[in-house]
Design a protein. Structure first.
Length: 341
Protein backbone atom coordinates (compact mmCIF):
# COMPACT_ATOMS: atom_id res chain seq x y z
CA UNK A 1 0.00 0.00 0.00
CA UNK A 2 1.25 3.47 -0.86
CA UNK A 3 0.28 6.45 1.25
CA UNK A 4 1.04 9.97 0.03
CA UNK A 5 1.02 12.48 2.87
CA UNK A 6 -0.30 15.99 2.39
CA UNK A 7 2.13 18.61 1.15
CA UNK A 8 3.81 20.40 3.99
CA UNK A 9 3.50 17.50 6.47
CA UNK A 10 6.36 17.99 8.92
CA UNK A 11 9.14 15.43 9.31
CA UNK A 12 8.16 14.59 12.86
CA UNK A 13 4.50 14.15 11.98
CA UNK A 14 5.48 11.83 9.12
CA UNK A 15 7.71 9.80 11.47
CA UNK A 16 4.91 9.44 13.99
CA UNK A 17 2.50 8.33 11.29
CA UNK A 18 5.05 5.82 9.93
CA UNK A 19 5.75 4.32 13.35
CA UNK A 20 2.00 3.92 13.96
CA UNK A 21 1.90 1.82 10.78
CA UNK A 22 4.95 -0.19 11.91
CA UNK A 23 3.12 -1.03 15.13
CA UNK A 24 0.59 -2.86 12.95
CA UNK A 25 3.38 -5.25 11.91
CA UNK A 26 4.25 -3.59 8.61
CA UNK A 27 7.58 -2.42 7.25
CA UNK A 28 7.38 1.22 6.18
CA UNK A 29 9.68 2.76 3.56
CA UNK A 30 9.66 6.55 3.75
CA UNK A 31 10.60 8.62 0.71
CA UNK A 32 10.85 12.34 1.19
CA UNK A 33 10.44 14.54 -1.86
CA UNK A 34 10.88 18.28 -1.98
CA UNK A 35 7.27 18.95 -1.17
CA UNK A 36 5.73 15.61 -0.33
CA UNK A 37 6.43 12.48 1.70
CA UNK A 38 5.33 9.10 0.41
CA UNK A 39 5.16 5.93 2.55
CA UNK A 40 5.45 2.45 1.07
CA UNK A 41 3.87 -0.18 3.33
CA UNK A 42 5.19 -3.73 2.91
CA UNK A 43 3.64 -6.77 4.58
CA UNK A 44 0.13 -8.07 5.04
CA UNK A 45 -2.03 -5.01 4.41
CA UNK A 46 -5.26 -7.01 4.01
CA UNK A 47 -6.58 -5.84 7.38
CA UNK A 48 -5.98 -2.16 6.58
CA UNK A 49 -8.96 -0.12 5.46
CA UNK A 50 -7.80 2.35 2.78
CA UNK A 51 -10.84 4.56 3.36
CA UNK A 52 -10.12 4.87 7.06
CA UNK A 53 -6.49 5.75 6.33
CA UNK A 54 -7.54 8.29 3.70
CA UNK A 55 -9.67 10.00 6.35
CA UNK A 56 -6.54 10.80 8.45
CA UNK A 57 -5.77 14.52 8.46
CA UNK A 58 -2.19 14.00 7.22
CA UNK A 59 -3.12 11.76 4.27
CA UNK A 60 -3.53 13.04 0.69
CA UNK A 61 -3.96 9.74 -1.15
CA UNK A 62 -3.96 5.98 -0.53
CA UNK A 63 -3.30 3.37 -3.21
CA UNK A 64 -3.58 -0.37 -2.80
CA UNK A 65 -0.86 -2.26 -4.63
CA UNK A 66 -1.80 -5.71 -3.40
CA UNK A 67 -5.31 -7.13 -3.57
CA UNK A 68 -7.32 -7.03 -0.34
CA UNK A 69 -7.88 -10.80 -0.43
CA UNK A 70 -5.15 -13.04 0.84
CA UNK A 71 -6.30 -16.63 1.22
CA UNK A 72 -7.98 -16.64 -2.19
CA UNK A 73 -5.00 -14.90 -3.82
CA UNK A 74 -2.95 -16.86 -6.35
CA UNK A 75 0.08 -14.84 -5.30
CA UNK A 76 0.33 -16.83 -2.07
CA UNK A 77 -0.87 -20.13 -3.56
CA UNK A 78 0.36 -20.43 -7.15
CA UNK A 79 -1.01 -23.90 -7.88
CA UNK A 80 -4.66 -24.49 -8.79
CA UNK A 81 -6.88 -25.79 -6.01
CA UNK A 82 -8.83 -28.92 -6.83
CA UNK A 83 -11.92 -29.75 -4.83
CA UNK A 84 -12.59 -33.45 -4.74
CA UNK A 85 -15.86 -34.91 -3.59
CA UNK A 86 -16.20 -38.58 -2.76
CA UNK A 87 -19.63 -40.06 -3.39
CA UNK A 88 -20.93 -43.63 -3.67
CA UNK A 89 -20.21 -43.57 -7.41
CA UNK A 90 -16.56 -42.48 -7.01
CA UNK A 91 -14.55 -39.29 -6.58
CA UNK A 92 -15.43 -36.26 -8.68
CA UNK A 93 -13.24 -33.17 -8.87
CA UNK A 94 -13.56 -29.51 -9.80
CA UNK A 95 -10.42 -27.53 -10.67
CA UNK A 96 -6.78 -28.56 -11.09
CA UNK A 97 -7.36 -30.23 -14.46
CA UNK A 98 -10.85 -31.55 -13.69
CA UNK A 99 -13.83 -30.10 -15.54
CA UNK A 100 -16.65 -30.65 -13.04
CA UNK A 101 -20.07 -30.90 -14.65
CA UNK A 102 -23.00 -30.22 -12.33
CA UNK A 103 -26.42 -30.78 -13.86
CA UNK A 104 -30.02 -31.13 -12.78
CA UNK A 105 -33.23 -29.19 -12.39
CA UNK A 106 -33.54 -25.70 -10.97
CA UNK A 107 -35.91 -27.10 -8.32
CA UNK A 108 -36.63 -30.55 -7.00
CA UNK A 109 -40.33 -31.01 -7.80
CA UNK A 110 -41.05 -34.67 -7.01
CA UNK A 111 -39.26 -37.94 -6.37
CA UNK A 112 -40.00 -39.13 -9.91
CA UNK A 113 -38.74 -35.92 -11.49
CA UNK A 114 -35.40 -35.80 -9.66
CA UNK A 115 -34.83 -39.54 -10.15
CA UNK A 116 -35.47 -39.29 -13.89
CA UNK A 117 -33.25 -36.22 -14.35
CA UNK A 118 -30.49 -37.69 -12.16
CA UNK A 119 -30.42 -40.89 -14.23
CA UNK A 120 -30.37 -38.88 -17.47
CA UNK A 121 -27.56 -36.51 -16.49
CA UNK A 122 -25.52 -39.38 -15.13
CA UNK A 123 -25.95 -41.32 -18.38
CA UNK A 124 -24.79 -38.23 -20.28
CA UNK A 125 -21.61 -38.02 -18.16
CA UNK A 126 -22.33 -35.37 -15.51
CA UNK A 127 -20.31 -35.74 -12.32
CA UNK A 128 -22.66 -33.96 -9.90
CA UNK A 129 -26.43 -33.63 -9.47
CA UNK A 130 -27.90 -30.20 -8.74
CA UNK A 131 -31.40 -29.49 -7.43
CA UNK A 132 -32.81 -26.66 -5.36
CA UNK A 133 -34.95 -27.52 -2.33
CA UNK A 134 -34.87 -24.06 -0.75
CA UNK A 135 -35.51 -21.56 -3.52
CA UNK A 136 -34.84 -17.81 -3.46
CA UNK A 137 -37.64 -16.54 -5.72
CA UNK A 138 -38.26 -12.96 -6.77
CA UNK A 139 -41.97 -13.30 -6.04
CA UNK A 140 -43.26 -14.66 -2.74
CA UNK A 141 -46.13 -16.22 -4.74
CA UNK A 142 -43.80 -18.34 -6.91
CA UNK A 143 -42.90 -21.93 -6.00
CA UNK A 144 -40.59 -21.72 -2.98
CA UNK A 145 -39.11 -25.22 -3.20
CA UNK A 146 -39.93 -28.46 -1.42
CA UNK A 147 -37.69 -27.76 1.55
CA UNK A 148 -36.59 -30.72 3.67
CA UNK A 149 -38.73 -33.09 1.62
CA UNK A 150 -36.83 -31.97 -1.47
CA UNK A 151 -33.52 -32.72 0.24
CA UNK A 152 -34.78 -36.25 1.03
CA UNK A 153 -35.67 -36.71 -2.65
CA UNK A 154 -32.20 -35.53 -3.68
CA UNK A 155 -30.65 -38.01 -1.24
CA UNK A 156 -32.70 -40.82 -2.75
CA UNK A 157 -31.46 -39.80 -6.23
CA UNK A 158 -27.90 -39.83 -4.89
CA UNK A 159 -28.41 -43.38 -3.65
CA UNK A 160 -29.77 -44.45 -7.02
CA UNK A 161 -27.09 -42.84 -9.17
CA UNK A 162 -24.06 -42.44 -6.88
CA UNK A 163 -23.81 -38.79 -7.95
CA UNK A 164 -22.70 -36.24 -5.33
CA UNK A 165 -25.20 -33.47 -4.60
CA UNK A 166 -25.15 -29.69 -4.97
CA UNK A 167 -28.00 -27.74 -3.37
CA UNK A 168 -28.63 -24.18 -2.24
CA UNK A 169 -28.71 -23.22 1.42
CA UNK A 170 -30.48 -19.97 2.27
CA UNK A 171 -30.19 -19.94 6.06
CA UNK A 172 -27.59 -21.51 8.29
CA UNK A 173 -30.08 -23.59 10.32
CA UNK A 174 -30.83 -25.52 7.11
CA UNK A 175 -27.38 -27.07 7.49
CA UNK A 176 -29.04 -29.62 9.81
CA UNK A 177 -30.62 -31.30 6.80
CA UNK A 178 -27.58 -30.94 4.50
CA UNK A 179 -25.65 -33.91 5.93
CA UNK A 180 -25.84 -35.80 2.64
CA UNK A 181 -25.44 -32.74 0.42
CA UNK A 182 -21.85 -32.66 -0.81
CA UNK A 183 -21.51 -29.07 -2.04
CA UNK A 184 -23.43 -26.18 -0.51
CA UNK A 185 -24.55 -23.54 -2.98
CA UNK A 186 -24.68 -19.91 -1.90
CA UNK A 187 -26.96 -18.20 -4.39
CA UNK A 188 -26.31 -14.88 -6.12
CA UNK A 189 -28.71 -13.09 -3.78
CA UNK A 190 -26.78 -14.27 -0.74
CA UNK A 191 -23.25 -13.59 -1.97
CA UNK A 192 -22.88 -10.76 0.50
CA UNK A 193 -24.82 -12.33 3.35
CA UNK A 194 -21.76 -12.02 5.53
CA UNK A 195 -23.19 -13.84 8.55
CA UNK A 196 -24.04 -16.80 6.35
CA UNK A 197 -20.56 -16.74 4.80
CA UNK A 198 -18.94 -16.66 8.25
CA UNK A 199 -20.99 -19.66 9.38
CA UNK A 200 -20.03 -21.57 6.23
CA UNK A 201 -16.42 -20.76 7.05
CA UNK A 202 -16.87 -22.97 10.09
CA UNK A 203 -18.34 -25.90 8.18
CA UNK A 204 -16.14 -28.46 6.46
CA UNK A 205 -18.11 -28.78 3.23
CA UNK A 206 -17.19 -27.27 -0.13
CA UNK A 207 -19.13 -24.10 -0.92
CA UNK A 208 -20.21 -23.11 -4.43
CA UNK A 209 -20.33 -19.33 -4.24
CA UNK A 210 -22.28 -17.58 -6.97
CA UNK A 211 -21.44 -14.07 -8.08
CA UNK A 212 -24.03 -11.49 -7.00
CA UNK A 213 -26.35 -9.99 -9.59
CA UNK A 214 -24.48 -6.68 -9.53
CA UNK A 215 -21.23 -7.60 -7.82
CA UNK A 216 -17.71 -6.99 -9.03
CA UNK A 217 -15.27 -9.88 -9.22
CA UNK A 218 -13.31 -8.32 -6.36
CA UNK A 219 -16.48 -8.41 -4.24
CA UNK A 220 -16.89 -12.07 -5.21
CA UNK A 221 -13.31 -12.76 -4.12
CA UNK A 222 -13.85 -10.89 -0.86
CA UNK A 223 -16.97 -12.99 -0.23
CA UNK A 224 -14.83 -16.12 -0.79
CA UNK A 225 -12.30 -14.63 1.62
CA UNK A 226 -15.00 -14.49 4.34
CA UNK A 227 -15.53 -18.25 4.05
CA UNK A 228 -11.80 -18.96 3.86
CA UNK A 229 -10.94 -16.67 6.76
CA UNK A 230 -13.21 -18.85 8.91
CA UNK A 231 -11.09 -21.90 8.07
CA UNK A 232 -12.98 -23.39 5.12
CA UNK A 233 -10.67 -23.28 2.10
CA UNK A 234 -13.01 -25.29 -0.14
CA UNK A 235 -14.65 -22.56 -2.18
CA UNK A 236 -15.75 -22.81 -5.81
CA UNK A 237 -16.48 -19.51 -7.55
CA UNK A 238 -19.33 -19.27 -10.04
CA UNK A 239 -19.87 -16.68 -12.77
CA UNK A 240 -23.63 -16.74 -13.40
CA UNK A 241 -24.17 -13.57 -15.39
CA UNK A 242 -24.60 -10.02 -14.16
CA UNK A 243 -27.15 -7.25 -14.62
CA UNK A 244 -26.45 -4.93 -17.55
CA UNK A 245 -28.53 -2.63 -19.76
CA UNK A 246 -29.04 -5.55 -22.19
CA UNK A 247 -32.46 -7.17 -22.05
CA UNK A 248 -32.40 -9.97 -24.63
CA UNK A 249 -30.92 -12.33 -22.08
CA UNK A 250 -31.83 -12.79 -18.41
CA UNK A 251 -28.32 -11.67 -17.42
CA UNK A 252 -25.09 -10.95 -19.29
CA UNK A 253 -22.45 -13.66 -19.13
CA UNK A 254 -19.23 -11.93 -18.12
CA UNK A 255 -16.99 -14.38 -19.96
CA UNK A 256 -13.79 -12.42 -19.39
CA UNK A 257 -14.35 -12.73 -15.64
CA UNK A 258 -13.29 -16.37 -16.05
CA UNK A 259 -9.68 -15.84 -17.24
CA UNK A 260 -9.41 -12.80 -14.95
CA UNK A 261 -10.47 -14.81 -11.90
CA UNK A 262 -8.15 -17.64 -12.94
CA UNK A 263 -5.26 -15.16 -12.90
CA UNK A 264 -6.19 -13.71 -9.54
CA UNK A 265 -7.15 -16.81 -7.58
CA UNK A 266 -6.20 -20.45 -7.21
CA UNK A 267 -9.81 -21.39 -6.45
CA UNK A 268 -11.82 -23.29 -9.06
CA UNK A 269 -13.97 -21.07 -11.28
CA UNK A 270 -17.11 -22.46 -12.85
CA UNK A 271 -19.82 -20.96 -15.07
CA UNK A 272 -23.61 -21.19 -14.94
CA UNK A 273 -24.73 -20.70 -18.56
CA UNK A 274 -28.38 -21.30 -17.60
CA UNK A 275 -28.87 -18.29 -15.32
CA UNK A 276 -26.38 -16.24 -17.36
CA UNK A 277 -28.54 -16.47 -20.49
CA UNK A 278 -32.01 -17.48 -19.29
CA UNK A 279 -32.64 -19.06 -22.71
CA UNK A 280 -32.16 -22.80 -23.30
CA UNK A 281 -31.13 -22.25 -26.93
CA UNK A 282 -28.17 -20.10 -25.82
CA UNK A 283 -26.93 -22.44 -23.11
CA UNK A 284 -24.79 -24.79 -25.28
CA UNK A 285 -22.83 -21.92 -26.89
CA UNK A 286 -22.31 -20.20 -23.52
CA UNK A 287 -21.18 -23.49 -21.97
CA UNK A 288 -18.62 -24.08 -24.72
CA UNK A 289 -17.38 -20.49 -24.47
CA UNK A 290 -16.91 -20.97 -20.72
CA UNK A 291 -14.76 -24.08 -21.18
CA UNK A 292 -12.74 -22.36 -23.92
CA UNK A 293 -12.22 -19.40 -21.55
CA UNK A 294 -10.67 -21.72 -18.96
CA UNK A 295 -13.58 -22.56 -16.64
CA UNK A 296 -13.06 -25.50 -14.27
CA UNK A 297 -16.65 -26.60 -14.51
CA UNK A 298 -20.25 -25.84 -15.41
CA UNK A 299 -23.54 -25.88 -13.56
CA UNK A 300 -26.36 -26.48 -16.03
CA UNK A 301 -30.11 -26.72 -15.50
CA UNK A 302 -31.68 -29.83 -17.02
CA UNK A 303 -35.37 -30.75 -16.76
CA UNK A 304 -37.26 -33.74 -18.15
CA UNK A 305 -40.30 -31.54 -18.89
CA UNK A 306 -39.06 -27.94 -19.22
CA UNK A 307 -42.44 -26.62 -20.39
CA UNK A 308 -44.06 -27.62 -17.12
CA UNK A 309 -41.13 -26.88 -14.80
CA UNK A 310 -42.03 -25.08 -11.57
CA UNK A 311 -39.00 -22.80 -11.97
CA UNK A 312 -36.61 -21.78 -14.76
CA UNK A 313 -38.11 -24.06 -17.44
CA UNK A 314 -37.26 -21.61 -20.22
CA UNK A 315 -33.54 -21.95 -19.53
CA UNK A 316 -33.52 -25.69 -18.85
CA UNK A 317 -32.07 -28.15 -21.33
CA UNK A 318 -33.91 -31.36 -22.07
CA UNK A 319 -31.95 -34.52 -21.21
CA UNK A 320 -31.41 -35.05 -24.96
CA UNK A 321 -29.99 -31.55 -25.50
CA UNK A 322 -27.78 -31.98 -22.43
CA UNK A 323 -26.50 -35.31 -23.70
CA UNK A 324 -25.60 -33.75 -27.08
CA UNK A 325 -23.84 -30.87 -25.33
CA UNK A 326 -21.81 -33.28 -23.19
CA UNK A 327 -20.41 -34.96 -26.30
CA UNK A 328 -19.08 -31.61 -27.55
CA UNK A 329 -17.87 -30.55 -24.11
CA UNK A 330 -15.67 -33.62 -23.88
CA UNK A 331 -13.86 -32.44 -27.02
CA UNK A 332 -13.51 -28.92 -25.59
CA UNK A 333 -12.17 -30.38 -22.34
CA UNK A 334 -9.56 -32.36 -24.32
CA UNK A 335 -8.40 -29.19 -26.07
CA UNK A 336 -8.00 -27.52 -22.66
CA UNK A 337 -6.13 -30.54 -21.26
CA UNK A 338 -8.89 -31.24 -18.76
CA UNK A 339 -10.78 -34.36 -17.78
CA UNK A 340 -14.56 -34.25 -17.49
CA UNK A 341 -15.41 -35.10 -13.91
C1 LIG B 1 -30.23 -21.44 -9.04
O1 LIG B 1 -29.12 -22.00 -9.13
O2 LIG B 1 -31.29 -21.99 -9.32
C2 LIG B 1 -30.25 -20.01 -8.64
C3 LIG B 1 -31.29 -19.48 -8.02
O3 LIG B 1 -29.13 -19.36 -9.02
P1 LIG B 1 -28.66 -17.83 -8.79
O4 LIG B 1 -28.45 -17.69 -7.33
O5 LIG B 1 -27.40 -17.75 -9.60
O6 LIG B 1 -29.75 -16.94 -9.33
MN1 LIG C 1 -32.65 -21.72 -11.37
Amino acid sequence: MIIALKQGTGGEEAERFASAMEKRGLTVHVSRGETQTVLGLVGDTSSLDPEAIAAHHLVAKVMRVQEPYKRANRLFHPEDTRIDVAAPGGVHGIGGGRLGIIAGPCSVESGEQISAVAAAVKAAGAGFLRGGAFKPRTSPYSFQGMGCEGIDMLCAAKKETGLPLVSELMEIHQLEVFDNVDIIQVGARNMQNFNLLKELGRCGKPVLLKRGLASTVTELLMAAEYIMAGGNEKVILCERGIRTFETFSRNTLDISAVPYLKQKTHLPVIVDPSHATGIAGLVPAAAKAAVAAGADGLIIEVHNDPENALSDGEQSLTPEAFSDLMKTLKKYADLEGKTVS
